[in-house]
Design a protein around this ligand. Sequence first.
Ligand code: SAH
Length: 347
Amino acid sequence: METKKKDIRALSKEQLRDFFIAQGDKAFRGNQVYEWLWSKSVHSFEDMTNISIETRKMLEDHFTINHIEVDQLQRSSDGTIKNAVRLHDNLIVESVLIPAKNRTTACVSSQVGCSLDCKFCATARLKRMRNLNPDEIYDQVVAIDRESKLYYNRPLTNIVFMGMGEPLMNYNNVLKAIDKITSPEGLGMSPKRIVVSTSGVPKMIKKMADENVKFKLAVSLHSAIDEVRTSIMPFNATFPLKDLREALEYWYAKTKNRITYEYVVWKGINDQRKDVQALIDFCKFAPSKVNLIEYNPIDDGAFQQADSKALDMYVSMLEENHITVTVRRSRGKDIDAACGQLANKSS
Ligand code: SAH
């Protein structure tokens, strides 16, 4: 019976160095192989051309290199690209490349499906199947960087964890992936260009603050009234706004980083003056930015984008209270690549 080989990318650099020492080779060989696996992102031992053929064979006998495959690539009329990404166990996640004038953003997934049950989000219907490994997150970024160079002649500049899944429910792997993305031995990107978006897991927000992370935080708020928020994000019953607010105060005290809120205004749900006032009261404790996101309908039509009068009210009331506000238009809607539309429809 064939024994299952270990995925070599599950090893840290130190473990890889130790492996080579145990094989009677030099620790330095570990560094070379590590570079092939991460900054060069090769998918086979054969491609490691500065490693001897015998060593490559030996690696082949011990390990596999798990890697993602872009199964399907769709291009939107606005230039957005959506990848359906096949994982080593044949599950699929999606990631999106969003080109803009001065930046190219990768929107990546952190889980297969999602355990939260946000009523307005297509990914919620998939339920959570498993967490992504650090290399599976890293590979999505590499794939998008390559596509950005291929289609737009420039490298990726920004990353947002706004694809499938709740990144703070896969915290360790997300952090490991970010370490590799920002490390000079990986992609060498600045953590300031990475945004982790969360529905708000208070304990994990505090942990991030304690660990002095350098990436940015965005919170999907959508309502600052418990009753309303629980009705659209049932997860709020377990982690009510009071706890979220306390965790964010802690985050701000430690990091002094502005907090970004993502917020959709829906007809009949959160489009009244009292909703805006609650939002202002919730976020005025720290410098804040509210991104008003356009609603991307998912098929059953239970939610509807509020009319422009309601949006104007949000903008003017927030501005009067010195809270930065932007109205963000959706990208990639025609290929179901916009926020909340990732649901493996193509597969
Ligand atoms: N779980 C994380 C990240 C994934 S969702 C989070 O909740 O932040 C990324 C963003 O898209 C979130 O702000 C989410 O609330 C928003 N979103 C989900 N469904 C949407 C939809 N149908 N239209 C617009 N935005 C949506």
